[in-house]
Ligand binder design. Structure first.
Ligand code: ASP
Ligand code: MG
Length: 401
């Protein structure tokens, strides 16, 4: 089999952990498999590099940020190669430009365009363990790029797809994907399997297990993904197209997202084109809007509320205020003490009453719902941030008792 393994920064944070991971890689190789390993920068290296940049220049160019940030991953693969060499096994470490991992030119958030497998395949043919630096890419201009924070997962999936690997294993510091964050809900259960779509929703909703672009890519190319622990050797969670338990499970997981803020534009004239103007202003400011709520008009005016990432709150407020004359609203009110709690499950497509169960759990816990949004496999509510943990626990209790 050809197996792609990816180890996150915390799994290779210090020499002892590097040696432990080297052991996992060596075992896989010695079972007779071809092994390609993608690594992240050690521990908090990327954060430290960002901090170092800040001390020199508050607004460095993205090109130079990529030049700097890409070094963390290069350190990891070299050190890991040395650990494996010491075990007497054949190994080679390669940076993105050596494996022909081509991206577009969007520095600091580049998209992978192509992986040239020739070098990888040549090394595998020599029966070497191949270590690849995650997170990096090479633009057609010849410049180094990076894929955005957490991007090493995406490197691993791209390489697995390009090589038609039999498996892509993402090793991390949790044992898999859980029905809720075990830190919030102690009796959260590990899922044996989850669909790409569910994982995508959970990843976007703040469950920080996988980079969501990696899940998108895995779905597109049908990569067999597995999330598992670097510390305990047991099966993790498989991410695939269809899962067996789908019909029985009402939902697969609950996610909590604190990175949200709510904005309400109060007293907009109730006439055509208002929503368009509000959201065009936000789009022009490159702000991602999530939940949107428009009330029924009263006295010729209307209110529109929506949520944005908390870090975009001020920019969003400014974008709206800048159009005060055109929009003719009364005032804007904002709240950044809110949380989005969501349930996700492919089972929702066929079962009824799932949303009602969630709302009942919140009602019993005396938690007020401010906004609601739904998709085929998701129901999200916006609530007071102070009740986020209680909400997750109450909903978990209702669905997984
Ligand atoms: N080292 C990068 C980061 O910290 C990429 C990754 O860990 O996947 O975001
Ligand atoms: Mg990560």
């Amino acid at each position: 089999m050809l197996i792609v393994q990816k180890f996150g920064g915390s799994s290779v944070a210090d020499p002892e952990k590097v040696r432990r991971v080297a052991g996992i890689i060596a075992d896989t190789y010695c079972e007779g498999h071809d092994v390609v390993v993608v690594l992240s920068a050690q521990g908090k290296t990327t954060d430290h590099l960002i901090e170092m940049a800040r001390q020199i220049n508050e607004r460095p160019s993205k090109r130079e940020m990529d030049m700097l940030l890409s070094t963390g991953e290069q350190m990891s693969i070299a050190l890991m190669a040395m650990a494996i060499e010491r075990m007497g096994l054949p190994v080679v470490s390669l940076c993105a430009w050596q494996v022909g991992l081509e991206t577009n030119c969007a520095h600091c958030n580049a998209q992978i365009l192509r992986v040239d497998v020739d070098r990888l395949q040549a090394e595998l043919d020599k029966r070497r363990i191949v270590l690849v630096a995650g997170f990096q890419g090479l633009a057609r201009t010849g410049d180094i790029t990076t894929l955005g924070r957490g991007g090493s997962d995406t490197t691993a999936v791209a390489i697995a797809a390009a090589l038609h690997a039999d498996r892509c294993q993402i090793f991390t510091d949790v044992e898999g994907v859980y029905t809720a964050d075990p830190r919030d809900v102690p009796d959260a259960r590990k899922l044996a399997e989850i669909t790409y779509d569910e994982m995508l929703e959970l990843a976007s909703l703040g469950a920080k297990v996988l980079h969501n672009r990696s899940v998108l890519m895995a779905k597109r190319y049908g990569v067999n993904l597995e999330v598992l622990s670097s510390y305990v050797r047991k099966p993790g969670t498989k991410v695939k197209e269809v899962v067996k338990t789908m019909e029985e499970m009402k939902i697969s997981g609950i996610a909590k997202d604190l990175n949200v803020a709510r904005i309400a534009v109060i007293g907009l004239p109730d006439e055509p084109g208002m929503a368009f103007r509000v959201f065009r202003a936000l789009a022009n400011a490159r702000i991602n809007v999530d939940i949107i709520l428009q009330s029924v008009g009263r006295d010729g005016t209307n209110d529109i509320s929506f949520t944005v990432p908390r870090s975009d709150l001020e920019a969003a407020r400014e974008a709206i205020e800048a159009y005060r004359d055109v929009l003719g609203f009364d005032h804007v009110n904002v709240d950044d003490k809110v949380a989005k709690v969501s349930i996700v499950g492919a089972g929702m497509m066929t079962a009824s009453g799932i949303a009602a169960m969630m709302f009942e759990a919140l009602s019993d816990a005396k938690i007020n719902i401010q906004m609601i949004s739904t998709s085929e496999i998701k129901v999200s509510v916006l609530i007071d941030e102070a009740y986020a943990d209680r909400a997750v626990q109450a909903i978990h209790e209702a669905f997984f008792r």
